[in-house]
Design a protein around this ligand. Structure first.
Ligand code: ATP
Ligand code: MG
Length: 590
């Protein structure tokens, strides 16, 4: 934890530069995109012709495929794209890349909207669906056919694979490569009309079967799929391939900087080839978008693959997409992580060209820093043991004043009730204290934080020897905040809640989802590395004010960590709490 962990949140520091910011700044200086006309909505060259130059200096986009919930890796991309638009006077689009009819659902669209908003970003009028461009894409494909840049191949998938060549060997031309434009157009239209079965034909770009870049060996651009699309319904029998659709989506939206993860680096030549061909034909306006790759986030102790996240949810290893153990943003939100913490995390990890792993502790540290600055302090006893103050009159009660935030006195104090019987943490009593133990043991005195000094006189046990109550006597003139209280010097300082007033409730203690830093490393099934203790449910005794916590209100439970009132399971007047992150320090343990 940083030295100034208790300081209020500092003003945000200016963003750290990185290679993408340098590209953007150079483009701005050169006026590369100064003439990017924007007709107010995405469209082909004709739509933008004559449109006034746009106020947005750059355009980025976040393009999720709605086939899963967003995760912490996506947060990096969201912060990067929306952050660039914010910092350079641009616009960032939210575009659902819904070109694959089979795996996409409205539930995912809604969850993605929620998550991006929650992170604090706004796309204004620029929310789009790739499926709205299907007509244009179909036109573009026909244009490529007419100009000799695409053909219908009728080989089987296996034949195509076999003739693709390898990294060291060139591919072989398909026997259908030299079909006439008329024949290709006819076949493609019949593919779309539904005359053929899935896989009978594909439309391929005609580039170079001998290219050193396998992605340029006549990649497939359209395939037959008799499937119902979540938005387009049964309109289409052909669907564009991602690598064909994505550059077109960017160009129609006049994206200036199309930022993606490194695995698309080898696709960039095709991205550029395709857009150049369509611009040549007058379908797209220049300047064209530029693809820029950065290293994706790899985070230890979690998995960030959609396939694995879907498996964890569907096989019920967790309780749904918003399970606080999951690295989904919906899960992180329920867990008590904050948007500010995620934005700070994105800044801290930066943007680079080379793959690397970030330790999960870095994310926890960002959350802790943010929560420390903003969460009010409350008292919670998580493993309750009864403390009886034998010389305090039964039926009497009084108030003790506890600061809401010790580093921010302006946040004031609150009254916590004190009475004869309290709950304390079981670990704050030891019948036979180990060396260096300064908390309660027979004969020792401690301060009940914000209350009195008490001296331990003994304990009660059940038949099997378990301690069921601790006894003590209090010193009436030792109350915190009263004159003379400071005269009492004790080493232990423990927290407590009044038993008669406490709010007993469910608290979920969450921990890392996997016990291994790299789940599934060395060929193991990653499911074997699940941490069985990632969720513990306990019955805790909380200070009474916590009864009124609103869903998503976050607190520091003193000495325990940061907790949030669960946004799903809390009821008015009966919140339940989730632990977001522990405190790293061990305040009060001395
Ligand atoms: P899929 O395999 O379904 O494509 P994906 O993780 O790439 O999975 P998308 O919905 O395509 O999911 O991702 C949307 C955007 O988020 C993309 O631009 C992608 O590059 C980015 N993204 C995804 N995972 C990460 C990650 N771990 N770190 C940074 N960016 C990511
Ligand atoms: Mg993707």
């Amino acid at each position: 934890m940083s030295k100034d962990k208790n300081a209020p949140a500092a003003a945000p520091s200016p963003p750290v530069s990185n290679f993408i910011r340098q590209i953007v700044e150079a483009d701005l200086a050169a006026g590369k995109h100064a003439g990017v006309a924007w007709a107010g909505k995405p469209g082909p060259a004709a739509a933008h012709a004559g449109a006034p130059p746009d106020a947005a200096k750059i355009r980025t986009r976040f393009p999720p495929e709605p086939n899963g919930y967003l995760h912490i890796g996506h947060a990096k991309s969201i912060c990067l794209n929306f952050g660039l638009a914010r910092d350079y006077g641009g616009a960032c689009h939210l575009r659902f890349d819904d070109t694959n009819p089979e795996k996409e659902e409205q539930e995912y669209v809604d969850a993605i909207v929620d998550a991006v908003r929650w992170l604090g970003f706004d796309w204004g009028p620029n929310g789009y669906f790739a499926s709205d461009y299907f007509d244009f894409m179909y036109e573009a494909a026909q244009h490529l056919i007419r100009s000799g840049h695409a053909y219908v191949d009728s080989q089987s998938a296996e034949e195509m694979r076999a003739s693709r060549g390898t990294l060291t060997e060139p591919g072989r031309d398909s026997p259908h490569r030299n079909r006439s434009a008329e024949e290709n157009l006819d076949l493609f239209r019949r593919m779309e009309a539904g005359e053929f079965a899935d896989g009978a034909h594909v439309l391929r770009a005609k580039i170079d079967m001998a290219s050193g870049n396998i992605n340029l060996r006549d990649p497939a651009i359209y395939r037959i799929r008799h499937a119902t699309h979540h938005r387009a319904g049964d309109t289409w029998n052909v669907y564009p391939m991602y690598t064909f659709a994505h550059p077109i989506e960017d160009a129609l939206e006049r994206i200036t900087h199309s930022i993606c993860t490194l695995e698309f680096e080898d696709q960039r030549p095709f991205y550029d080839w395709l857009l150049e061909r369509l611009a040549e034909g007058g379908l797209l306006a220049k300047p064209l978008p530029q693809q820029i790759e950065f290293a994706r986030l790899n985070l230890s102790y979690v998995v960030l693959s959609k396939r694995k996240l879907i498996q964890l949810v569907q096989e019920k290893h967790v309780d749904g997409w918003d399970d606080p153990r999951l690295p989904t943003l919906a899960g992180a939100r329920r867990r008590g992580y904050t948007p500010e913490g995620f934005r700070a995390f994105a800044e801290r990890i930066g943007v680079a060209k080379a793959d690397s792993w970030i330790d999960y502790g870095v994310l926890e540290e960002c959350m802790r820093d943010d929560l420390n600055a903003r969460a009010l302090r409350r008292i919670a006893v998580l493993d309750p043991l009864k403390l009886v103050i034998d010389n305090y009159p039964g039926g009497q009660e009084e108030e003790c004043l506890a600061p809401n935030h010790p580093q921010q006195p302006e946040l004031g104090k609150r009254a916590v009730p004190f009475s004869r019987e309290l709950w304390i943490e079981r670990e704050d009593f030891a019948e036979a204290p180990p060396k260096g133990y300064f908390r309660l043991f027979p004969g020792n005195s401690v301060r009940l934080r914000y209350g009195f000094v008490v001296k331990c006189t003994g304990c009660d046990k059940d038949a099997s020897g378990n301690v069921i109550a601790v006894h003590c006597e209090y010193l009436p003139d030792s109350k915190s905040g009263t004159p003379g209280a400071d005269a009492y010097k004790v080493k232990g300082n423990i927290h407590w809640v009044s038993a008669a007033h406490a709010y007993r409730c469910e608290v979920r203690l969450y921990d890392r989802l996997f016990r291994e830093a790299n789940p599934g490393a060395g060929g193991r099934d990653y499911l074997e590395d699940l941490n069985p203790n990632a969720k513990q449910v306990i019955a805790a005794q909380l200070e009474p004010a916590l009864r009124n916590a609103k869903p998503e209100e976050r607190f520091q439970f003193e000495r325990h960590g940061y907790f949030v009132a669960d946004r799903v399971d809390s009821k008015p007047g009966a919140p339940v709490f989730n632990r977001a992150v522990t405190l790293k320090d061990s305040w009060g343990k001395g």
